[in-house]
Ligand binder design. Structure first.
Ligand code: PRT
Ligand code: MG
Length: 214
């Protein structure tokens, strides 16, 4: 069997990956924004795309349900990367993982005083490691989205979330108080698939590598 399946999420990752796929000679026959199909055929009869939630991409690739995938570093850190080969930073869907708090909150002084902060986030692993490295004791509250709301209604003192333009923070009277790390998306490959399907995967890898903007 020499077919390959590539797992992608729609939205910014699909949009930023389409030019890279095109450079590798791969074009989807349907637009995932308008089509309800979860399996998209491409112009190449040996390549198909599957559309999954961004945070599910590593799972599909880990178990070999997809051979390749594109996932944010934020998602990969939470997943742990088991069974995945991560050969390329694609430098797409870039943003920053930040700690943010209400404009009126004096985060630096709370940290200096050793206050025990409540932090809401969907990125538990990343947040746990960040605050442990700072020697801070925090209570982490797991959320699945709209983290910006949590400090506004007293659920948390601060949040750990992704920021790109900063407009969402501003609209909710929050400010970034600490940068945790820059984030971009990576190509991930199932380790067994790379060995078994190298003749199809290797040219895709090379085309992506040529097409990446540095
Ligand atoms: O949306 P869904 O719940 O399905 O999943 P998702 O949010 O994980 O997926 P998606 O497609 O929104 O994001 C996919 C990947 O894009 C993420 O895993 C990141 O690696 C990357 N990315 C880049 C971002 C952003 N920029 C980003 N700004 N992901 C999310 N955001 C959100 C952020 O969480 C915040 O709520 O956008 C908001 C802030 O944006 P600004 O521009 O107002 O600062
Ligand atoms: Mg989203």
């Amino acid at each position: 069997m020499t077919d390959i399946t590539i797992a992608l999420s729609k939205g910014r990752i699909f949009d930023d990956t389409a030019p890279l796929l095109k450079a590798a000679g791969i074009e989807a026959l349907d637009d995932p924004e308008s089509s309800r199909k979860l399996i998209l055929a491409t112009n190449r009869n040996n390549v198909r795309l599957i559309i999954v939630r961004a945070s599910d991409v590593p799972t599909y690739v880990q178990y070999g349900a997809a051979d390749l995938g594109i996932a944010g570093k934020d998602v990969l850190l939470e997943h742990g990367g088991i069974g995945l080969y991560q050969p390329l930073d694609l430098n797409i869907a870039r943003c920053r993982m930040m700690v943010a708090a209400p404009e009126s909150f004096d985060y630096d002084s709370a940290v200096r005083k050793g206050a025990r902060l409540r932090i809401a986030t969907k990125y538990l692993q990343t947040a746990r490691e960040h605050f442990a490295n700072k020697g801070m004791h925090v209570d982490l509250i797991k959320l699945y989205g709209s983290m910006e709301l949590a400090p506004l209604v007293g659920l948390a003192d601060a949040i750990v979330d992704l920021v790109s333009s900063g407009n969402t923070l501003k609209a909710n009277h929050l400010k970034a108080v600490e940068e945790i790390m820059p984030i971009s998306s990576r190509l991930i490959i199932n380790q067994a698939a790379l060995k078994l399907k190298r003749t199809i995967i290797q040219p895709v890898l090379e085309a992506f590598s040529q097409a990446i903007e540095h």
